[in-house]
Ligand binder design. Structure first.
Ligand SMILES: Cc1cc2nc3c(=O)[nH]c(=O)nc-3n(C[C@H](O)[C@H](O)[C@H](O)COP(=O)(O)OP(=O)(O)OC[C@H]3O[C@@H](n4cnc5c(N)ncnc54)[C@H](O)[C@@H]3O)c2cc1C
Ligand code: SF4
Length: 516
């Protein structure tokens, strides 16, 4: 028997289940770079640079640890896998379960396509998250309605995080979110993030991605978003750990208050910038949580911020992953409001919407592949929700553009939290908001050509017109949600002629999507 072990691009950890199950040298290890992904999906260039460079660095680390490693570049996964299997006479192929459903199916199909020479597939259950899929299912089964807060409290108890010795939450409260919603004062500036100059390996990958992008365009294909030459993300575990330590030293104590704030020219504020590294496997969520807890206690960090960041990782991150597998394969196709608007051209171009909030966020996304949570939720997804953009097209857009975008985290965040296309499986009400919210929580409106106080007419903020139009469009469905009762009452108070003017402003804005 010749054993092979395929390490996928988001499984870059020496302790991942398939590698940890056998000693170094007991199997040939494959890491496979497939270029076809670029032809099929117009990814942000920096996302490809990140994954490919991190894979190359990880391959070198595994080789140094005594593994026999084959790092291959192929046109497609299927072709690369078949060639490697034949070349080395692999008879048993081991993998850790992928985090994404479609990829597992593609691997099974690729192995079956090898026919009689196909290796036997051996799957190792994933250890990339704190909660296994079975444990999550056992927790979720008794509930009629799942809620993150209950899951999070169970996680705190189960893994003993921020707990007093008597089994009570540290400080007497489970959740300090109320203390974390401050609007930004004028001139708010966050600490500088930790970025890295590309080394020789990363420089090679940047050249390859830029080359592929140029070939694609020369062949009549569309321009790939982003610029690989501006890439400054970390690509190794050592760099990811340095980002974690930098977060603790410069951001942890300030993480709480301005978590929901948005400021022009300050794309990261106090956010952790850890998702790309967690999602690739360079950091394990439990090690990050333990380190944050220990550092927070040592430093005497404000509990609201410490609890806040731990809730994001132990709560939201684990919850979105657990739900992705719990909800099943038809979840991504959900479309509660029957939304069908095609994506505006300016989303593909990453700019040119005319809305200062949107163009700022899109510009930052173009620069680095990153936006922080409130920009994703309350600018991008909020717009998609109230404008009625097609949820599946919008989810695919998020997946291609974001440096940390993967199916397992996108589905629940975009379909569920952002667009309410799942009808409330994830959130208890839609996160819909008018320009008023953006004006309160950001610095964007001051430099905008639209007037955030107006809701109809050519100068009216599109978020205002679209918001009231959304409520009116789905009056019946939303009226059944008790958490929407207050805003639905406000809708009823708008005189009919004014509502008609608002709705025609919204219609005119939507009609302008493709010719701005
Ligand atoms: C519409 C939409 C799309 C999103 N797409 C992605 C995505 O593609 N990939 C991704 O990892 N996250 C996604 N998120 C969740 C969240 O916005 C990002 O994890 C976060 O902004 C990453 O930046 P950070 O590391 O600076 O996070 P911080 O705000 O500093 O939070 C710390 C960590 O908590 C975790 N986290 C926080 N919120 C969530 C959440 N809702 N779901 C899962 N993990 C969370 C992340 O691992 C993050 O690194 C999305 C959220 C929304 C609303
Ligand atoms: S006025 Fe409206 S469109 Fe302009 S920045 Fe504010 S919320 Fe965005």
């Amino acid at each position: 028997m010749v054993k092979g072990l395929w390490v996928l691009g988001d499984q870059l950890s020496a302790s991942q289940a398939a590698l940890a199950a056998q000693p170094p040298g007991s199997a040939r290890v494959l890491l496979l770079e497939s270029a076809s992904v670029l032809r099929r999906r117009r990814c942000h260039r920096q996302k490809l640079v990140l994954v490919w460079s991190a894979m190359r660095h990880f391959a070198a680390e595994l080789a140094a640890a005594g593994w026999t490693v084959d790092h291959r570049q192929a046109e497609s996964f299927r072709a690369g896998l078949a060639a490697w299997t034949a070349e080395h006479g692999i008879t048993e192929l081991r993998l850790m379960e992928p985090a994404e459903r479609p990829f597992r199916a593609a691997i099974v199909a690729a192995v079956e396509a090898m026919g009689a020479g196909a290796p036997r597939l051996v799957w190792h259950p994933s250890n990339a998250f704190l909660w296994s899929r079975d444990d999550f299912a056992a927790w979720a089964r008794p509930y009629k309605q799942l809620r993150m807060e209950l899951f999070y409290r169970e996680g705190r108890r189960r893994f003993g995080v921020l707990m007093d010795p008597d089994g009570q939450p540290l400080g007497g409260k489970w959740n300090y979110d109320q203390a974390n919603r401050k609007p930004p004062p004028k001139g708010l500036k966050g600490p500088e993030p930790l970025w890295f100059e590309p080394d020789a390996i990363t420089a090679d990958v940047i050249a390859k991605v830029e080359d592929l992008a140029a070939q694609l365009e020369a062949g009549g294909g569309p321009r790939l978003p982003g610029d690989g030459r501006r890439f400054r993300w970390g690509v190794t575990r050592a760099q990811a750990l340095a980002v974690l330590e930098h977060f603790i030293a410069t951001r942890l104590d300030g993480f709480g208050p301005y978590q929901d704030a948005m400021v022009g020219g300050e794309p990261t504020l106090w956010h952790a910038l850890l998702s790309p590294y967690l999602n690739l496997g360079l950091l394990h969520p439990l090690e990050v949580i333990r380190r944050l807890e220990a550092a927070g206690r040592e430093r005497g960090s404000p509990l609201a911020g410490l609890e806040g960041v731990i809730r994001q990782i132990l709560g939201w991150r684990e919850y979105t992953h657990g739900l992705y597998w719990w909800f099943g394969p038809d979840y991504p196709a959900r479309n509660h409001f029957g939304a069908a608007q095609p994506l505006p051209d300016w989303l593909e171009r990453l700019g040119g919407s005319g809305m200062a909030c949107m163009d700022t966020v899109l510009g930052e996304l173009e620069a680095s592949g990153y936006s922080h949570h409130i920009q994703r939720l309350m600018v991008l997804a909020n717009y998609g929700l109230i404008a009625g953009l097609d949820p599946q097209a919008f989810t695919a857009w998020f997946s291609r553009l974001f440096i940390d975008g993967y199916d397992w985290v996108m589905q629940t965040n975009v379909i569920g939290m952002g667009l309410f296309a799942d009808g409330g499986l994830l959130a208890s009400k839609p996160y819909a908001a008018s320009g008023n919210y953006i004006n309160r929580m950001s610095s964007y409106c001051k430099g905008c050509r639209y007037n955030v106080k107006q809701r109809s007419g050519p100068d009216a903020c599109p978020f205002n017109a679209l918001y009231w139009d959304f409520l009116a469009r789905h009056r019946e469905q939303l009226g059944r949600n008790p958490r929407m009762a207050l805003v639905m009452k406000q809708l009823e108070k708008i005189p009919p002629e004014e509502l008609a003017a608002i709705r025609s402003t919204a219609a005119a804005h939507r009609a302008s999507h493709h010719d701005l």
